[in-house]
Design a protein around this ligand. Structure first.
Ligand code: SF4
Length: 306
């Protein structure tokens, strides 16, 4: 059976190998979530609903879209689970951040008919290949929106609610949407043009990129090499950084200088899950991993805002 990887799973290893180990190998359940990620999920859900309504023939007013956002926000918000790391910001700041993101998108895209929607929160996946002798790897993810332009270009669209807008050079090397393009290539006629599209909602900016066949081939090779490296890792080191403040495992991670000194480390209390081949849910917005990972005896020694 092929192991399944997602962009967020690969990023987790790149950000901090210990976080990867906690989340994907030790399968420690996440007890909290940063408020930035929470807002992002609610905004994603509201945009999915907006396009569903448009597909049914009606364009909701901005007022209704914002009302829907606030309703979902209030229904789901759990102060025991959602963490506000930047304590200088009150909860109302994050509530209004979603309003702002949605209003920006609404004004830029109304009446939402410039492209044809082909898929919303669409699950995509493909067989990546065999990174090493221990078996094949599968890639999967969820595309926020797949759309077709009037010129026939297939757009793979992604919504971002963070404040940071990466440089064009960085987007031209972005892995996530390029992997989705590989996954979708087989579904469309040969030489179908694709465009990767990022909507930076907080800034009201949209950036795009394209990939050649050679670039996608090189991405496959790089991703296979990264998975081989993950599989070959014996010690999943901590990588302390400012992102520890947002890490869901920070309270008990030995690498976090701000960990709770009264709590034992995860390693001290960890017990193997009942079924080592059971699935693990990746809570990053827009992606879910169903994992089947072999655990080494020591669990092979183990998302932040943007
Ligand atoms: S708290 Fe920091 S060092 Fe520890 S797992 Fe999280 S990111 Fe890594």
């Amino acid at each position: 059976m092929a192991e399944t990887y997602s962009h967020s799973r690969l990023s987790s290893f790149e950000d901090c190998p210990r976080k990867y180990q906690y989340r994907y190998l030790m399968k420690i359940p996440s007890e909290s979530e940063g408020v930035e990620g929470f807002v992002g999920k609610v905004v994603h859900d509201v945009l999915e609903r907006l396009y569903t309504k448009v597909g049914e023939g009606g364009v909701p007013s901005l007022q209704r879209v914002i009302a829907r956002y606030r309703q979902i926000f209030d229904d789901r918000y759990d102060e025991k689970r959602i963490r506000i790391v930047r304590r200088e910001n009150p909860l109302s700041f994050y509530r209004e951040l979603g309003d702002h993101c949605l209003a920006n998108y609404y004004h830029d895209h109304y009446p939402f008919d410039s492209t044809e929607t082909l898929g919303l929160e669409e699950h995509v996946g493909f067989e990546l290949g065999e990174p090493d002798a221990s078996g094949p790897a599968h890639i999967q993810g969820y595309v926020d929106r797949i759309a077709r332009t009037s010129e026939g270009v297939i757009e793979i669209q992604d919504y971002k609610t963070g404040a940071r807008v990466p440089s064009q050079a960085k987007l031209d090397k972005d892995r996530q949407l390029a992997l989705y393009q590989i996954a979708l290539t087989d579904h469309y006629p040969e030489r179908q043009p694709f465009r990767l599209v990022w909507h930076f909602l907080q800034r009201g900016r949209t950036l795009t990129s394209t990939r050649s066949a050679d670039q996608l081939l090189a991405l496959r090779e790089r991703t296979l090499a990264l998975i081989a490296k993950i599989r070959g890792t014996e010690r999943f080191e901590t990588r302390p950084s400012p992102l520890c403040r947002w890490c869901e495992f920070g309270s008990r991670c030995p690498g976090n200088r701000e960990r709770d000194p009264d709590l034992p480390s995860w390693e001290e209390t960890w017990e193997p899950p009942e079924s080592p081949r059971s699935g693990a849910v990746d809570t990053a917005a827009g992606s879910v991993d169903q994992l089947a990972l072999p655990l080494t005896p020591a669990a092979k020694g183990m998302n932040a805002p943007n």
